[in-house]
Design a protein around this ligand. Structure first.
Ligand SMILES: Cc1cc2nc3c(=O)[nH]c(=O)nc-3n(C[C@H](O)[C@H](O)[C@H](O)COP(=O)(O)O)c2cc1C
Length: 299
């Protein structure tokens, strides 16, 4: 299979065989993570490899009880790690202030995802499947404590891996030309936007089980793995919330927007606890005060 085909066939896998991943394969996955691009080549990244059963159970709890995290033989916890960089800089009486500079933080998060995505691609070519689990965001402090992380280390993404028992077939995507703009951004009309999402998700008044397989594979898969009642619960909530459109389903039911905004305070508190604080964020700067985007240093 060529690389294009491999990457087009990739799907998030949440159903893993109870089979360990050989350590040389895990080592290769970690090598490609470490070989990923990195802004300024600073590499402010650490990866905690989780394979022991008790730790898998604990990690699954941290991410909101997603069963595949417990069932996957390997999970990798990707962390922004400014501890190592700060220590090293301080040894030479140099300040490193990534924990206060939003720009360095964003670059570090991009680094983290480049590293993780390298793992996803190599894993695929090794016959493994993987799934990102971003809900570690809601347990940053718990995770830091559990893994013994010092200040300036933030676990922000989990990638669970293993040999697939099954691979989802019905994951919808926007058409490529919806997300691609050539040379200039072409502002889509309301009709185009509506058509793009309708064509992605299909008719919500369809057979509800088929719809959930497309639009909420997580509950279908969780039920399959013994976490019974998730599909029924989703259906009940669809009724209760009177969900009639794909947008309502996504932003009222799956990701209730007010709730998401409400999660800010917890996440920010965990970040502060880890030493991260961004002066100026949340305040509107006086006109003329901030340097223009163009005058910033490039990473
Ligand atoms: C940043 C990020 C966070 C994600 N978090 C979760 C998660 O918490 N649980 C999960 O089951 N899948 C998670 N996923 C996987 C997405 O649900 C999946 O990529 C999406 O449904 C598209 O399916 P595909 O990966 O098969 O193309 C995440 C993916 C990304 C990129």
């Amino acid at each position: 299979m060529d690389l294009f085909e491999l990457m087009m066939k990739r799907r998030s896998v949440r159903n893993f065989e109870d089979r360990p991943v050989p350590s040389d394969v895990v080592d290769r996955l970690l090598d490609v993570a470490n070989n990923a691009p990195s802004g300024g080549n600073i590499q402010p990244l650490s990866i905690v490899v989780v394979q022991e059963p008790e730790a898998r159970v604990e990690l699954a709890e941290m991410v909101g009880g997603q069963p595949w995290v417990k069932n996957a033989p390997v999970s990798m916890v990707f962390c922004i790690d400014f501890y190592r960089v700060k220590k090293w800089a301080s040894m030479f009486d140099v300040e490193f202030l990534g924990e206060r500079a939003l720009s360095l933080f964003l670059i570090a998060y991009a680094d983290l995802m480049c590293a993780a995505q390298n793992v996803v691609v190599l894993a695929e070519s090794e016959g493994l499947g993987s799934v990102y689990v971003g809900t570690i965001q809601s347990s940053v402090s718990h995770a830091r404590e559990f893994f013994g992380m010092p200040d300036y280390v933030l676990p922000l993404m989990v990638l669970s891996l293993g040999y697939p028992k099954s691979v989802p077939k019905t994951i919808p995507k926007l058409a490529t030309d919806v997300v691609v703009h050539r040379e200039r951004y072409r502002v889509p009309s309301d009709d185009e936007i509506s058509a793009a999402f309708e064509s992605k998700y299909g008719d919500i008044t369809d057979d509800v089980d088929a719809y959930l397989k497309r639009a909420y594979i997580e509950v279908v898969e969780a039920d399959r793995q013994g976490d019974r009642g998730r599909v029924e619960n989703a259906k009940e909530r669809m009724n209760k919330l009177d969900i009639k459109s794909n947008a309502e389903f996504l932003f009222n039911l799956r990701y209730p927007q007010r709730l998401m905004v409400g999660m800010n305070s917890r996440l920010i508190a965990s970040m502060r606890k880890a030493g991260f604080d961004f002066p100026g964020v949340g305040r509107v700067s006086a006109p003329g005060a901030p340097p223009s985007e163009a005058s910033g240093t490039s990473p």
